[in-house]
Design a binder for this molecule. Structure first.
Ligand SMILES: [Ca+2]
Ligand SMILES: [Ca+2]
Ligand SMILES: [Ca+2]
Ligand SMILES: [Zn+2]
Length: 339
């Protein structure tokens, strides 16, 4: 008897709690749909406007930048009204987390929520492209998960991807790093390597990862938002630390040669690798190039550029045959990576 009344009391409490939960949810409803709209740079103001005179001006949303904004469709959202989705999720930020009851995320660059939209959009599009090649269906998955992003959390002009926490942190020194799609995509390149069991066991492996990140940045922006000088990486972020135009963090046409131009600095040495990958893409097109590049770098044991180049040629041979393998080999030969 006593038990039954306790059960009834319990049921009543649960109903009351249910009402409270409903009321709390009604205060911040989500749109319940997976698509929305976002305002982004496409891929960055210097590249899209071809204007080398643009500067940060302390995050001001000044007149000359207005034509650099583009409204794009955001996909794969979880319907909560937050920038949480299948392939990207914003886990922390300075200021307010972006939230919209109807999935409309429209901010200027002086609003920290703008960088959150940039991160969500460019990483989601990157993963959708990877899946369009069959990775995650007919091929092994490549970082097929909600990539965690921390935005504007780091005062220095640097961004990084952390293997142990499986997250990308974007800094806010100079131009906020996440205002430039190519900085976001460079970091996603490292996240791709983490997901592929790529070993960072040597300086050359580190250089390969930097070069792949630069290549990935240019590869994706050239597909989605092509600009006049594709070889220039991070044209907008670089205005804060380069004195000569065009402003580029690095380039994909530095014409460095393996092994004599290696100097042990991974970002410098990575330009040998990034140029080889870019040459492959020019020779055989982006679908075949990215398929063999991604397939070839699974489980790389962290040895040398030559070893990974051979693995990439082998992938080309296996998937597409002799002609494609020869084109891939010649791109590595031009850089001295293969004999
Ligand atoms: Ca900003
Ligand atoms: Ca920066
Ligand atoms: Ca660029
Ligand atoms: Zn890097």
């Amino acid at each position: 008897m006593q038990t039954r009344s306790m059960l009834r009391a319990g049921a009543g409490a649960l109903i009351a709690l249910g009402l409270l939960v409903t009321a709390a949810t009604a205060g911040k409803p989500g749109p319940g749909t997976s698509t929305g709209q976002g305002r982004v740079f496409f891929p960055n103001p210097v590249a899209s406007l071809q204007d080398q005179t643009l500067t940060d001006q302390k995050d001001a949303d000044y007149a000359a930048l207005q034509s650099a904004y583009r409204t794009v469709t955001l996909t794969n959202l979880d319907g909560s009204g937050n920038l949480h989705g299948d392939w990207a999720t914003i886990v922390s930020e300075t200021g307010n987390p972006a939230y919209s009851p109807d999935n409309t995320f429209s901010y200027g660059r002086n609003d920290d929520r703008f960088e959150q939209v940039m991160g969500y959009y460019w990483i989601t599009e990157s993963q959708k492209y990877i899946q369009s090649l069959g990775f995650g269906s007919t091929r092994r998955a490549v970082n097929k998960e909600p990539q965690k992003l921390r935005i504007n959390q780091f005062g220095q002009d640097n961004s990084f991807a952390i293997d142990t926490k499986d997250e990308i942190r974007l800094g806010k020194g100079g131009v906020d790093d996440a205002e430039d799609a190519e900085v976001i995509l460079h970091e996603y390149g490292h996240a791709i390597h983490f997901s592929q069991n790529f070993s960072f066991a040597s300086a050359e492996a580190g250089a390969i990862s930097e070069g792949f990140g630069d290549y990935w940045a240019v590869n994706i922006t050239d597909l989605i938002a092509p600009t006049a000088d594709p070889a220039c990486v991070a044209d907008w972020d670089a205005v804060s630390y380069t004195s000569t135009a065009p402003h580029c963090l690095r380039r994909l046409d530095a014409n460095l040669h393996y092994p004599e131009d290696l100097n042990g600095r991974v970002h410098h040495d990575g330009q040998i690798w990034s140029q080889a990958l870019w040459a492959i893409r020019i020779k055989i097109g982006h679908v075949k190039a990215n398929t063999v590049i991604l397939e070839g770098q699974f489980d790389f044991p962290g040895t040398t550029m030559t070893a990974l180049a051979q693995s990439t040629v082998n992938a080309a041979q296996q998937i597409y045959g002799n002609g494609t393998a020869n084109s891939v080999r010649s791109a590595f030969q031009e850089r001295g990576i293969l004999p």
